[in-house]
Design a protein around this ligand. Structure first.
Ligand SMILES: Cc1cc2nc3c(=O)[nH]c(=O)nc-3n(C[C@H](O)[C@H](O)[C@H](O)COP(=O)(O)O)c2cc1C
Length: 405
């Protein structure tokens, strides 16, 4: 069965004895239907020839940063864009150290740095190299950034040592990659997501709004869809095209968003409020454009409905996730919001200064639930959305174990 059909896998090979196993891995990934492109470090070419990998992958093997850029083939940016997933097997202690510290001095490390797709490493090295505090610190750093580390296994090593350091077998690595790429974590679940800003009319041509671009909510809707959920995306005015395969409801004001949410949540499993909903709206918007006759103008505002609190208060409330956009005391304010609204989880992001989430292509999130706080470090919004999807799914199934399918 072609479990990896259509998947684009970038296989990085570094300089270690286990490089011979990468040939088997390449063949196994091909057998499962994946399109495989290979990057080898110079050290790797001492252990296995690029010709072997070229024959197995069916594509030119890339080894040199500058050659790849100049030969009109795939340079590091094209390779980074092309891949659905990057696996480095074997991952040497040296390359692990370089990745941990953001070094980019060869084609493989430069490509990885330019790539926001999931990265997996299958380390292979002498057991003392593996256990060295430097290697362990590098590995922990990479794990904290969302890198998946496969193995290493324990056993007898090529160098005669006994202990951890053997690369996993090709079939085991392929199995992990299949799980990673085909995660249908939320198969059969219905999720309602709100995104973007709202627009509260002052008169027919002016309104109150905010800087939300909708990118995070749209990326999250895509990631949830990829995890198998059916999605209703309720969006305020944005410049974005709705993701394919989601039910899309376009609204303008907070009131319209409230009505659309309340009509759609009763049958949903998870509700995620990413939209930056206006807290207040003008009491009575002018019917005609307001003229600048007076020196000053007061607009009376009234509170909008609190959508998250309304959803959380429903009798059969879905697992409810809020977003907190804060300009100060991000965690403290988000914690208060979690309790005040009675929701299950909150994702807090800063929206002031150079790290503002608004309109940016990258973001970071602090996740707060009733059990504590964790952090998803800064990365592109698509990757962050994938990570957040996993976090939400995990907490959803913990909260409603009976719904685990
Ligand atoms: C015979 C031999 C075997 C090696 N095996 C490994 C290994 O299994 N794992 C490892 O991390 N380094 C191993 N090394 C060291 C790496 O090849 C070396 O650190 C190199 O700089 C790695 O470069 P790369 O990370 O760019 O591929 C070995 C070196 C030699 C000479």
């Amino acid at each position: 069965m072609h479990k990896l059909a259509g998947k684009k896998i970038l296989l990085g090979i570094t300089g270690g004895i286990a490089a011979y196993k990468s040939a088997l891995l390449c063949r196994e990934l091909k057998r499962l239907g994946a399109d495989v492109r290979v990057i080898m470090t110079v050290a790797a070419t001492h252990f296995i020839t690029p010709l072997t990998l070229q024959a197995l992958s069916g594509h030119t093997v890339h080894c040199d940063l500058f050659e790849a850029e100049s030969d009109h083939g795939m340079g590091h940016i094209e390779l980074a864009r092309w891949a659905d997933l990057v696996i480095i097997a074997p991952a040497s202690a040296n390359t692990i150290a370089k990745l941990a510290h953001g070094q980019a001095d060869d084609l493989l490390t430069t490509t990885v740095l330019a790539c926001d797709k999931p990265l997996s490493l299958a380390p292979a090295m002498n057991s003392l190299m593996w256990q060295h505090l430097a290697t362990q610190a590098n590995i922990q750093l990479l794990i904290s950034r969302g890198v998946t580390v496969l193995g290493p296994a324990e056993g007898e090593q090529a160098c005669g040592e006994q202990g951890p350091g053997r690369m996993l077998e090709a079939e085991q690595i392929a199995e992990h990659l299949q799980q990673q790429l085909n995660q249908e974590l939320l198969a059969g679940k219905k999720v309602v997501v709100t995104a973007g800003p709202t627009w509260e009319a002052i008169d027919p041509v002016r309104g109150l709004t905010n800087h939300s671009s909708g990118k995070m909510g749209y990326e999250l809707a895509s990631a949830l869809r990829d995890a198998g959920a059916s999605i209703t995306l309720i969006s305020g005015p944005t410049a974005l095209s709705p993701p394919a395969g989601v039910d899309y409801i376009n609204i303008t004001s907070a009131k319209e968003m409230t009505d659309a949410v309340m009509a759609n949540v009763p049958s949903c499993d998870i509700f995620i409020g990413v939209a930056a909903v206006a807290d207040y709206r003008p009491v009575s918007p002018a019917q005609q454009k307001i003229k600048k006759d007076a020196d000053s103008l007061s607009i009376e505002l009234v509170r909008n409905p609190d959508i998250l609190a309304m959803v959380a208060a429903l009798d059969d409330a879905p697992f409810t996730v809020g977003f907190a956009a804060e300009t100060e005391k991000v965690v403290e304010n988000a914690q208060k919001k979690l309790t005040a609204k009675g929701i299950h989880m909150i994702a807090a992001n800063p929206v002031s200064g150079k790290n503002s989430a608004f309109n940016a292509d990258s973001n970071e999130l602090t996740l707060i639930d009733r059990d504590g706080i964790s952090h998803l470090s800064r990365c592109s919004k698509p990757l962050l959305a994938q990570k957040l999807t996993k976090e939400i799914a995990q907490r959803y199934y913990e909260t409603y174990p009976a719904k685990d399918s």
